[in-house]
Ligand binder design. Structure first.
Ligand SMILES: Cc1nc2c(=O)[nH]c(=O)nc-2n(C[C@H](O)[C@H](O)[C@H](O)CO)c1C
Length: 154
């Protein structure tokens, strides 16, 4: 049976974990989903690693980065941790991150977060359930998460 991990944080201002679980459940109804909530982004890599150690086939992580330089450095550290974890485990960790200064109002930020989580949760299911070529039909299509797709350059 497939098993997905969902890691989210209490720092986030949108409940992205619940959105990810809803999408994964709709896309892959028979799968098991394990959620792990940590305080902030720097706690995410070990949570993801533990979920993979416990048998998850792939993990989606849901980080929220504040506006300050310190927040951005914290994300850089997190991102490196997540990449290392993927390489060491040979499993996908889809790193969904919302940067609080991406857009200038809270309503747009929430919409962006929902769109990014939804599209990447679907990407995770495709990679885990359907394998390495599942996204190939979309290669080069200028897909974006959190924004409208920009399309290919002809
Ligand atoms: C500066 C900082 N910025 C963020 C952030 O932008 N987003 C976030 O989720 N967490 C942040 N944190 C908290 C750390 O990631 C972590 O939770 C604490 O250092 C405890 O390990 C910190 C300390």
């Amino acid at each position: 049976m497939r098993k997905y991990g969902v890691v989210d944080t209490t720092f986030s201002r949108v409940d992205m974990g619940s959105i990810a679980i809803k999408v994964i459940r709709a896309e892959d109804p028979d799968a098991e989903i394990i959620r792990y909530t940590v305080p902030g982004i720097k706690d995410i890599p070990v949570a993801a690693k533990r979920l993979l150690d416990e048998g998850c086939d792939g993990v989606i992580t849901l980080g929220w980065v504040g506006k300050s330089m310190l927040d951005k450095y914290s994300y850089l550290a997190t991102s490196i941790g997540l990449i290392i974890t993927q390489v060491l485990t040979s499993k996908h960790i889809i790193d969904v991150t919302v940067h609080e200064d991406e857009v200038d109002n809270e309503e747009k930020l929430k919409d962006l977060a929902i769109d990014r989580v939804t599209k990447h949760a679907k990407n995770l299911v495709k990679l885990v359930r359907d394998g390495r070529n599942a996204l190939t039909p979309y290669a080069g299509k200028g897909l974006r998460q959190g924004y409208e797709n920009v399309g290919p350059i002809d």
